[in-house]
Design a protein around this ligand. Structure first.
Ligand code: WT7
Length: 626
């Protein structure tokens, strides 16, 4: 057993990262590690600048000679009767063909391609096909609405969309192609919609714009040379929510990103590509699906299981039946799934043989100690270490985590930064905190996997992450560090919610609410929810000429669901006569949060409010929720 305190933190980080870069083959090896300045005046983030590579070739071509016949993906369908194994050679063939279809339809290096896909192998092929020709993919989660899809297509100026006729999840179908058609009524510039036939459901095709993948794939060859890319060329854009405004298109680079995910995937999961069957239950629409379902595992030549369905279908034993069926050795999932399954009792777990498991992972939100213990003791039979990995869309890969050969002595603690990562805790004013302390989590040195910018808005990138505590990266999270130097993440300190591991801005939900004709004003806060982590509580002020009716809350919930997607559906809608505001008109969210949390005793001083009596009304009315 190794001590966390003995992790080898490099003195000379540039040398360390340059050595780490040899986890990839490169077309031209970089000779230089970093050129990073987080100062607003001369802001730049560059890694391995003179290196040349192709991310797709790193994930596929270089493995063909040694493990071409090895399974790259195991695909487990929503229907438990259906699964498939796909070798590296086969993935290579599909990807080269898809890349050739894109090329034949004029998609070039640097063009943006939006992927709106269910969890089928073609989602991974599409990402890799874009990477192969140097196009920048932007995956939009298949659960987002046509409106949300349209705004992302417009924001990144995509010229092509790759989608499926329909997706399947938990026995239901999702009309992806129909959603794309609706989105394209509000988005311009898309010349190609490449559609994968998944369910065979009724689908309409627009001639001259839409193509079926199964028809096109035989019209092209599987000969498609990988485009040599500079390390700093963007690999993808992924939209994520912040505390204000619309979601940001976070840009990741080719070289730095791929080095970082290959490095962390190997280290954190202690992967043996010839033995492990690795399963990450994330969706391709999130960063975890990029870094640790596709790019990290394939860069390492591992076998990655893709799951089309949900953990509760056809019953809450699905994760364990799939584990047994495919002899999964490493399972990487989210606390919200663990909590949901824990509620169903141990029977569903014990009904399946889990002896293949050797390592468990958690990601997406803080894991509460009860859920950790159940995961450890029941799922892992006390035998499997748990890596509780803290990271973000913006960090590209895992930053803070226990390692499998270290003691599992702190349930709920993400523990320590990986070698090469430097953290700091500060108070609100930015004073550095030493020793045992609780404060805001900052990252103080650059790392190759970090985001390079916000698409179309470089200043927003600097303002959001590098301005609050100049010269450092502000994570938006709070953390507690103990005397041994281990970290426990306490959650977001900004107006970002984490609902079932899905990140959402309160501002986005508010703007969806006020877009409804009945709504004059809205304020949205999170509150603790035992399965989802956080629930969504909306305070809504109606237009003066609108009468409150019994079904209005439900109408508004549906409206938000339609506007953003099911993940954003409010749990509670509280129609309110007013909101607590300062005399200058600023909404006191702290008070709204305390009311939603069921702690009206902790409101603090309300005397500075413009109308203090409004608080009593809100408190009294909120009691029906708790
Ligand atoms: C936010 C980032 C990391 C990929 C999936 C989510 C929270 C994430 C943990 C963890 C405590 C965590 C943070 C972070 N978070 N992992 N192990 N312990 N909190 O990526 O959607 O960009 O969300 O998720 O609050 O800031 P994301």
């Amino acid at each position: 057993m190794r001590r966390r305190q003995d992790r080898p933190h490099p003195q000379d980080r540039d040398t360390f990262w340059l050595e780490t870069a040899s986890v990839l083959d490169w077309i031209t090896m970089p000779t230089k590690a970093s050129d990073v300045s987080w100062k607003a005046e001369d802001f730049r983030i560059k890694w391995f600048e003179d290196g040349v590579l192709n991310a797709c070739a790193e994930c596929l071509d270089r493995h063909l000679a040694t493990r071409g016949k090895k399974t790259a993906f195991i695909w487990e369908g929503d229907d438990p009767e259906i699964s498939e194994t796909i070798t590296y050679e086969e993935v290579f063939d599909h990807v080269c063909r898809m890349a050739n279809v894109l090329k034949a339809r004029g998609v070039d290096k640097g063009d943006r391609v939006v992927l709106y896909m269910p969890m089928v192998p073609e989602a991974a092929y599409a990402m890799l096909a874009c990477a192969r020709i140097g196009a920048i993919h932007s995956v939009v989660f298949g659960g987002f609405s046509p409106e949300a899809l349209a705004s992302r297509i417009n924001d990144c100026g995509a010229t092509a969309v790759i989608t499926a006729d329909e997706g399947r999840r938990g026995g239901k179908t999702i009309p992806l192609k129909a959603n794309v058609d609706r989105a394209l009524e509000k988005a311009e510039g898309v010349r190609l919609v490449l559609t994968v036939k998944v369910t065979g459901g009724e689908t309409s095709m627009v001639s001259g714009r839409d193509l079926w993948w199964h028809e096109m794939r035989d019209e092209v060859t599987a000969d498609c040379p990988a485009e040599p890319m500079a390390a700093e060329d963007p690999l993808f854009i992924l939209y994520t929510s912040g505390s204000t405004g619309k979601p940001k298109g976070v840009i990741h680079s080719t070289g730095g990103y791929l080095v970082y995910v290959a490095y962390t995937f190997g280290l954190v999961f202690d992967i043996d590509p010839d033995k492990d069957i690795y399963w990450c239950t994330a969706d391709v629409g999130w960063i975890t699906g990029h870094s640790y379902m596709v790019y990290g595992p394939l860069a390492r030549g591992a076998t990655s299981l893709l799951f089309e369905g949900v953990p509760t279908y056809p019953d809450p034993g699905r994760l364990w039946s799939v584990t047994e069926k495919h002899n999964v050795t490493i399972l990487y999932t989210a606390p919200t799934a663990i909590r949901a399954l824990m509620k169903e009792g141990d029977g569903f777990v014990k009904a399946h043989d889990r002896s293949s498991l050797r390592l468990l992972g958690s990601v997406g939100e803080p894991i509460n100690p009860e859920a950790w213990r159940w995961y450890h003791d029941v799922v892992g039979e006390g035998r499997c270490p748990i890596v509780d990995t803290w990271w973000q869309t913006e960090t590209g890969g895992i930053m803070i985590t226990p390692l499998p050969d270290e003691p599992m002595d702190k349930p709920g603690w993400a523990t320590a930064p990986l070698p090469g990562i430097e953290l700091s805790l500060v108070d609100q004013e930015g004073h550095r905190l030493e020793g045992d302390a609780e404060g805001l989590l900052l990252i103080t040195a650059g790392w190759p996997g970090q985001a390079r910018g916000v698409y179309g808005d470089p200043q927003r990138f600097i303002d959001t992450y590098f301005s609050a505590y100049p010269g450092t990266y502000f994570t938006g999270d709070g953390a507690h560090r103990d005397a041994e130097g281990d970290y426990r993440i306490t959650g977001r300190v900004d107006d970002v919610l984490n609902v079932s591991g899905h990140r959402m801005g309160t501002a986005e939900i508010e703007s969806a609410l006020v877009a409804h004709p009945a709504v004059a004003e809205a304020a949205v806060v999170g509150y603790p929810h035992d399965v989802k982590g956080q629930g969504i509580h909306c305070y809504v002020i109606l237009q003066s000429d609108v009468q409150e009716t019994d079904d209005l809350p439900q109408t508004l919930r549906q409206h938000v669901r339609q506007d953003i997607g099911p993940v954003a559906t409010p749990d509670r809608v509280q129609i309110a006569p007013g909101l607590p505001k300062t005399r200058s008109g600023k909404i006191m969210r702290r008070i709204l949060r305390k009311i939603a949390e069921g702690h009206p005793d902790q409101l603090g001083d309300t005397s500075t409010l413009a109308e203090p009596e409004i608080v009593d009304t809100l408190v009294a009315d909120a009691q029906r929720f708790t």
